[in-house]
Ligand binder design. Structure first.
Ligand SMILES: Nc1ncnc2c1ncn2[C@@H]1O[C@H](COP(=O)(O)OP(=O)(O)OP(=O)(O)O)[C@@H](O)[C@H]1O
Ligand SMILES: [Mg+2]
Length: 248
């Protein structure tokens, strides 16, 4: 299996705070890498650096062997290969579901409008949202909005999907419909990097779990290794706190 993403000694500070501390990570094709760790450990910053929403201070990031941390790279070209979904759905409120999904393919990637709409409808049908195509986001449940946000990120056929706490803002009863899409995508072989507080879900989809603390990956391995049999005292402590909060 080839490496889709490779981060080498990535360093990122905000003001004087070191948020990613020489972090290295390799993501192989068709695998799901799950980032866990306390609030402030650097999970979102890591995903944002991969998507070039933040510039790194040092180190390198490669996508399919191409260095995307090179300042001369075309950001649009890189983003075309990456899908990102955030905790807050970030749908455009004044555009319909179909317009939200087709906006980027048409405007950024130059796909013909009819073709973009056709592709969007295929995805909406697949995820049982075809009847919502002409609705505005505020008429949808949180779970439906987040499913549309995932579909939107898929519309450009990304190489990697970056998912940042995509269920954190949802009512617990809506969480499963969103996670089931991610399970389907995993089944299809989509390469994914996810930050999540849902340890049960991490166990189901992850090929590799990375425990972050202070911008470093302190422990990594299969879900069984990291979540059921952690070696590092800080991983153990984190999981104990998660368990006490009833999230394991
Ligand atoms: N734009 C920014 N400006 C200044 N500091 C920032 C910025 N973004 C993140 N930070 C800081 O970087 C650190 C890591 O934040 P990050 O959002 O990556 O953590 P996280 O692991 O995603 O946390 P959470 O689980 O709460 O989402 C935090 O101390 C945060 O305050
Ligand atoms: Mg975060």
């Amino acid at each position: 299996m080839s490496n889709v993403l490779e981060l080498v000694n990535v360093r990122k500070s905000f003001d004087n705070e070191l948020v990613l501390n020489d972090l290295s990570l390799t993501v192989k094709e068709h695998t799901a890498t799950v980032l866990i760790g306390a609030s402030g450990s650097g999970k979102s910053t890591l995903l944002r650096c991969i998507n070039l929403l933040e510039t790194i201070d040092d180190g390198q990031i490669f996508l399919d062997g191409q260095e995307i941390s090179d300042p001369l790279i075309s950001v649009d070209e890189v983003r075309r290969k990456l899908g990102m979904v955030f905790q807050s759905f970030n749908l455009f409120p004044h555009k319909t579901v179909l317009e939200n999904i087709t906006l980027s393919p048409i405007k950024v990637h130059g796909i013909a409008p009819d073709q973009a709409r056709e592709q969007a409808m295929v995805l909406l049908k697949r995820f049982d949202l075809a009847d919502k195509a002409d609705q505005y986001p505020d008429r949808l449940s949180g779970g439906q909005q987040q499913r549309v946000a995932i579909i939107r990120s898929l519309a450009v056929n990304p190489r990697v999907l970056l998912l940042d706490e995509i269920t954190s803002a949802l009512d617990p009863v809506l969480v499963n419909e969103v996670l089931s899409i991610v399970r389907d995508l995993k089944h299809d072989g989509m390469t994914m990097v996810l930050a999540t507080h849902e340890m049960g879900f991490a166990t189901q989809v992850a090929d590799e779990v990375c425990f972050l603390e202070s911008g470093l990956i302190l422990e990594r391995g299969s879900p069984v290794q990291v979540l059921k049999n952690p070696q590092n005292a800080k991983t153990k402590d984190f999981l104990k706190r998660v368990h006490e909060a009833g999230r394991l």
